[in-house]
Design a protein around this ligand. Structure first.
Ligand code: ATR
Length: 279
């Protein structure tokens, strides 16, 4: 019996760690899974998916810049993918394509792994682009007391508040939007979902938003996360990069495909060691 085939589709995709992570999950669980990567041309996502399905692929992860297109391509969406308006996970079932989004569950899971309970806490989400939209629903499902979305363009934060109002209410969470210069109060958890570091910009919020000992989480990892992590440390917060989120969202995708949830802690430790060794 041959292995079931999966892959990650993106552009760029060359440096994706997902094949390494899923290889560890397959070893750990004994699932017969072969996971590769596919570069899709920017205008060729549907054709790349079609080709992989024709070759017998069972599902795929989707990364930048195709997560919105993936949601449009799927014939049916999970509730969390519908709320995010984006998919990072597709399941191929005969002629049908089911779309899911495990990014938010991955972030919430890694915050829990960091020993922080979101229920009843005050949470600041900085940014209102695709990365923020992808995680907002599961963050609200963790029942924070207050979740503030602060964004350079306040109108985009307000759109996210509007689209998530019912989820916030169902979870008893206060959800509000504001501009970066109008953030009221301090927070137990601050999540950076902006792309400001990619353009060499400074951390776009003042240090006073961090309560002493707050968790300061950057959804990126590697050099892109470093300015935020340094800023957090300088202000007495506990910094954490997004490598754990990467492993957790992968584990959630593995669960969607295989019905088994791998143990993430040893895989994250192995990945950190690999990156530290320059691998
Ligand atoms: P992604 O899919 O990574 O979220 P995106 O949709 O382009 O990418 O969103 C980028 C986010 O980073 C947005 O919240 C953006 O703010 P705007 O909505 O005002 O554009 C934010 N961002 C990018 N550069 C920034 C900077 N220099 N300062 C503050 N916020 C920035």
């Amino acid at each position: 019996m041959s292995d079931d085939r999966y892959c990650v589709i993106g552009n760029p995709v060359e440096h994706s760690r997902s094949p390494w992570i899923h290889a560890r999950f397959a070893e750990q669980t004994g699932e017969r899974v072969a996971y590769g990567k596919r570069l899709a041309p920017v205008d060729g996502f549907p054709a790349t998916v079609r080709q992989f399905r024709a070759e017998g692929g069972r599902g795929c992860n989707v990364t930048v810049p195709f997560k919105f297109e993936a949601a449009a391509l799927a014939g049916a969406l999970s509730a969390r993918a519908q709320l995010a308006g984006a998919c990072n996970t597709l399941v191929f079932d005969g002629e049908r394509v089911f779309g899911d989004n495990t990014d938010g569950a991955g972030l919430a899971g890694d915050i829990r792994a960091a020993g922080v309970e979101l229920a009843g806490r005050d949470l600041l989400l900085v940014g209102a682009g695709g990365a923020a939209a992808g995680v907002l629903g599961p963050l609200l499902d963790a029942r924070p007391r207050r979740l503030v979305i602060a964004n350079r363009t306040q109108g985009k934060a307000q759109l996210l508040v509007d689209s998530h109002a019912a989820v916030a209410q169902a979870n008893g969470a206060q959800l509000v939007a504001c501009g970066l210069d109008a953030i009221a109060g301090a927070f137990d958890v601050v999540v950076n979902a902006t792309a400001s570091s990619l353009g060499g910009g400074p951390v776009p919020v003042p240090g006073r938003v961090l309560r002493p000992g707050a968790l300061a989480y950057d959804m990126m990892y590697g050099p892109a996360a470093q300015p935020f992590l340094d800023w957090a440390r300088a202000h007495g917060a506990a910094p954490r990069d997004g490598l754990g989120m990467l492993v957790e969202q992968a584990a959630e995708s593995f669960l969607v495909w295989r019905g088994v949830r791998p143990d993430t802690a040893p895989v994250l430790a192995g990945l950190r060691a690999l990156l530290a060794a320059g691998g």
